[in-house]
Design a protein around this ligand. Sequence first.
Ligand SMILES: Cc1ncc(COP(=O)(O)O)c(C=O)c1O
Length: 394
Amino acid sequence: MGNQGQYDFDSVIDRRGTNSVKWDCVEERFGLKGLLPMWIADMDFRSPIPVIDALKRVSEQGLFGYAAVTPQFHQAVIDWMRRRHDWDVKREWIVFSPGVVPAINIMVKAFTEPGDEVVVQPPVYHPFFYAIERNDRRVLRNPLRIIDGEYRMDLADLEEKLTPRTKMVLLCSPHNPVGRVWRAEELRELGNLCVRHKLIVVADEIHHDLVYPGFKHTVFPTAGSGLEGRTLVCTGASKTFNLPGLHTSSIIIPDPKLREHFSAVAQASALGGPNPFGIAATEAAYRECEEWLIQLLRYLKGNLDFVNNFTRERMVGPRIAQPQGTYLLWLDFRGTGMPAERLSRFACSEAGVALDPGRLFGADEEGFERMNIACPRATLEEGLRRIERAVHRI
Ligand SMILES: Cc1ncc(COP(=O)(O)O)c(C=O)c1O
């Protein structure tokens, strides 16, 4: 923090050699040297000082035995959800999980049978597909549609495709990778459909705090009546404060029967318990770091504006689905005139930027890439310059 109370998101931190997947495993993952990592969803910013101090306190004790979820942790989650998301969460609704992805896998196992169908809305966060397929369930694809320049849900398509084997919807809200912050009415309509067809909803709201000005995240169970009894909400401080390596998330399950069954299957699968670092860091983040988040959101909006200005002024390149939330950009390179097989390797082989390929998210066509803009502006500019040079060589 500087003397005007401003946090520094501009300094470039060299993350090489810090055991970072994004920076230290990029070469192995993409099979190329010299790539600028703008893939995977973590931020190149240092976490806020109170979080670092809380972690120092834990490490200075030198005691790393099994830890519990503390009443203070629960209270911090409750206060955060009330303050930032207008949702009154009861203490007993909160179930610890060492990550959202393991929790989603448990939910698929707990509330569906092998051969059942689980709805996803591609392009979408790829571990959703794995959670379904690797547990011998079937993916029911309900692709998003672009209407008036905005990705929308196609509920008519969904209702038509439902069968007696359809049991669950995996909702990504805000949506990774297209960056939609779903409006309350959109969620209500989806909710009504789920009530009508008795579907369980897994609402992955891990990006809930990362919303741009003018948009508001709606917690799914608050969007309509009858939703609390059928929804499991996945949240955490991990995206918001850049703590995903601490493996700490809060699964909020208002309905006691759903909660008990989730917990039973989690135990049967030996889902891991809390660790002292994740508990301390999450509590400190929720209690002391709201101002850091406010400034982070301002910085990310600045990055988004920078990308838009750069692409408008300097290249006939990708079209950008304007994100309403998340620090992820969904780039559409299809208008660049490149043939499909060239598009698939354009970003890494030609531009030298490691982006997540669109096909990972179940996009129907080649030509989409996901870019992570949670980095200092200088890094962002370097990435855009690399893409600009490559676009001009097409
Ligand atoms: C929608 C979504 N869910 C879950 C995760 C990861 O959750 P966790 O690290 O808690 O397993 C991510 C990370 O990118 C994500 O984008």
